[in-house]
Design a protein around this ligand. Structure first.
Ligand code: NAP
Length: 320
């Protein structure tokens, strides 16, 4: 089969398409024929060798695949060949024509979702749901500011927050991204590159501040976020690419807090709840992953450049 292989950490050019043996599922594992693979920013940090998880070389990147079950190992009970599935990680890497995953890493993909949509599920929707429900304790009627509402996690958060009954404010950096965030459910949108946009956010809350902020770029925004919070407000740090300085008194005077997580540390019960919510949301049309760009698997290097470039518009997926 064809697979992307990384033999040395480095820039996008280290992503090479190669012929490798098709893996076989051992006991408790499944073999998936991959129809689409999601490209996430962390794939690029891992490829650079700067991520907390450094895989042994060579490796095949990717955790988010969607496709059909091709074969199952001994003891697998939840899946049969032909089933439509998406992965929340794999054993052999998702940037490939086939991937082997533990049965527990695989979940059913409702008929209503396409394979490219299925490739945009676990990291984006899992992160957004985990942030809102398990970290922010978000409630209907509260106001949430989704920073980076034009991207994969941000659009998922907009849709989930609307389903929870929240008032949703979103930021993006291009007219197209802002329009997309609005189309997917944001009540109001703000250009995070426009000077003074934080005052406009505050005005949109009648000066009260927002209850929850989902922060995709904390190293840029965290200091300003704290000044936008309502009493008992919560910032959930999802993404950060450097250091930042804050004024702790902004937290003290608001009884506010900053919380943070990586999706890898989700607990078993939280993960089961999250998959159940994703499945139901896809089934009833509440959740509609937006695929902004599809590229052939061989163009993984281009996809890595695109995912780090400004002007996000939903998910970038690779088609093997
Ligand atoms: P993405 O699809 O590339 O989207 C990135 C988003 O960030 C876009 O909406 C972009 O807006 C926005 N952005 C750029 N500059 C910004 C600024 N100054 N202020 C606010 N937003 C800004 O990436 P993603 O998949 O949604 O992931 C978002 C971040 O979360 C990444 O850093 C990723 O590594 C991280 N993440 C963390 C976890 C975790 O477990 N903690 C899980 C998933 C993702 P424009 O392009 O429109 O300017």
């Amino acid at each position: 089969m064809k697979a992307i292989r990384v033999h040395a950490f480095g820039g996008p050019e280290v992503l090479k398409i190669e012929d490798v043996p098709t893996p076989r599922p051992a006991a408790g594992q499944v073999l998936i024929r991959v129809k689409a693979t999601g490209v996430n920013p962390y794939d690029t940090y891992m490829r650079n060798g700067t991520y907390a998880i450094k895989p042994p070389l060579p490796y095949t990147p990717g955790s988010d695949a969607a496709g059909t079950i091709e074969a199952v190992g001994d003891g697998v009970t939840r899946f049969r060949p032909g089933d439509r599935v998406y992965t929340a990680n794999t054993l052999t890497g998702a940037y490939a024509e086939h991937t082997v995953a533990l049965e527990s890493q695989v979940n059913p993909l409702p008929d209503r979702a396409t394979f490219p949509q299925g490739a945009g599920l676990w990291v984006p929707y899992g992160t957004a749901y985990h942030a809102l429900r398990h970290h922010a304790d978000a409630r209907g009627g509260e106001t949430v500011l989704v920073h980076g509402a034009s991207g994969g996690v941000g659009l998922a958060a907009v849709q989930i927050a609307r389903a929870l009954g929240m008032v949703v404010l979103g930021t993006g950096g291009t007219p197209q991204g802002l329009e997309l965030a609005r189309r997917e459910g944001a009540h109001q949108v703000f250009d995070h590159r426009a000077p003074g946009y934080t005052e406009a956010v505050l005005r949109a809350t009648g000066g009260q501040g927002v209850d929850v902020i989902l922060e995709m770029l904390a190293n840029v925004n965290l200091g300003a976020d704290l000044k936008l919070l309502a009493r008992n407000g919560r910032v959930v740090v999802i993404g950060s690419r450097g250091d930042v300085s804050i004024t702790p008194r902004d937290l003290m005077t608001r009884r506010a807090s900053v919380r943070a997580f990586t999706l890898w540390s989700i607990t078993g019960p939280e993960e089961r709840e999250t998959h159940a919510a994703i499945f139901t949301g896809l089934e009833n049309g509440t959740l509609r992953p937006v695929v902004g760009k599809e590229l052939p698997l061989a163009e993984a290097a281009q996809a890595h450049k695109d995912v780090m470039a400004p002007g996000a518009f939903g998910k970038i997926v690779l088609l093997p």
